[in-house]
Design a protein around this ligand. Structure first.
Ligand code: ADP
Ligand code: MG
Length: 345
């Protein structure tokens, strides 16, 4: 273990969230137009009369957030847009514009960038979002992508991480862990190609997992479906860091506890099949995997039937008192304390 140097704090000691808290604590919003600053999926800014503007920004760094040896450029472009607009959907708002900035290394060609932008264009068309700007620079290390997204919502419809109430139902869209298993499959192929692993890569039957990792779709469709059923969640977050970490974010912001029932966590067949093959617990993939870009939200108990009418939504638990903490309940009735998966370095 590295010796601790006096007067120097390592970033790992604080973790990602601790670091953000420390750095942003001195900033108190002074503008009346700032409705919500740091601390949610997107900032909320005063719009005109009853509308609010939503703003979010995200970074994707080569070697940290993606690996160009197996990431097709078109998919990477698509995923960058997803990352941006998913945070707007998580505020129960409609994404409308994005900006995209790149720091490009010399190994990237114009043809590669054209493919990347065709993925961006595809995602923009699908989500009816306009690309309205960006910035272009060079990088001596790897490719860096910054995506910012702007959205709009009626002020009274904006959903924060902080609104969960005692006994609210905890809901989830789609299924979890698929993106993580897709990544495991690609990493295994990379090891095979490098001659480290002797198993032949086997993608057949697992195309769904690859798609979920390489080309995830943001759930703005759910925002529209909830509006149709006249459901306004009490709290919401998009699942980028894994169920455990994101449930804990809701608990922290809403000052509450949570109970999640293990057998209710939706996991796709392909996810369980590959997890078994690779000796990974599929529940661990769902809890800690991240990058699912599904929505996690809470609704009052009385919305149960309307939630069932939306389809593609599972109720996986409920909100408890703050002093009880956040727990996963296993089928044999034992409680496991949820832990966030630490710092994404
Ligand atoms: P998400 O995973 O939804 O994109 P993050 O966990 O990255 O959200 O960020 C949580 C909050 O912290 C957001 O409000 C984000 O804008 C803010 N934040 C993250 N990094 C910084 C930073 N370096 N400076 C200021 N605010 C930051
Ligand atoms: Mg988010």
């Amino acid at each position: 273990m590295a010796e601790k140097i006096k007067g120097r704090t390592e970033i790992a000691e604080l973790g990602e969230f601790g670091l953000i808290d420390t750095l942003t604590a001195p900033f108190k919003s002074s503008r009346r137009s700032t409705i919500k600053g740091v601390g949610d999926d997107a900032a909320v800014i005063e719009g005109s009369r009853d509308t609010a503007l939503l703003f979010s920004t995200d970074m994707m760094v080569e070697g940290i957030d993606f690996d160009l040896t197996y990431f097709p450029p078109k998919h990477l472009g698509y995923k960058a847009v997803t990352k941006g607009i998913s945070d707007i959907a998580a505020m129960n708002a409609t994404p409308e514009q994005i900006t995209l900035s790149l720091a490009i290394s010399s190994k990237i060609s114009v043809e590669w960038l054209r493919d990347f932008y065709s993925g961006v264009e595809f995602a923009c068309r699908e989500a009816e979002v306009d690309l309205v700007g960006g910035d272009t620079s060079a990088s001596v290390t790897g490719l860096i992508i910054n995506i910012s997204a702007i959205g709009r919502a009626k002020k009274s419809n904006v959903v924060y991480r902080s609104g969960a109430k005692l006994n609210d139902l905890i809901c989830i869209t789609g299924n979890l862990g698929a993106a993580y298993m897709g990544l495991q499959l690609l990493e295994r192929e990379k090891r095979v190609l490098a001659g480290i692993d002797s198993l032949q890569p086997q993608f057949e039957g697992y195309e769904y997992l690859l798609e979920r990792y390489l080309k995830p779709r943001a759930r703005y469709d759910v925002v529209e479906a909830l509006a149709r059923e006249k459901i306004t969640p009490t709290a919401m977050i998009d699942l980028s860091d894994g169920l455990a970490s994101d449930v804990m974010q809701i608990c922290k912001s809403s000052a509450c506890g949570a109970r999640i029932y293990l057998e209710r966590i939706p996991i796709a067949k392909q996810t369980s099949a590959l997890a078994e093959e690779m000796h990974i617990d599929p529940v661990v993939a769902a809890l800690n995997g991240g990058e699912d870009y599904q929505l996690l939200f809470t609704v009052p108990l009385e919305a149960r039937e309307r939630i069932a009418a939306v389809g593609c939504i599972d109720i996986i638990g409920h909100i408890t008192a703050p002093e009880t903490g956040a727990y996963l309940v296993t089928p044999d009735g034992s409680d496991i304390k949820l832990k966030a998966q630490g710092f994404k370095e």
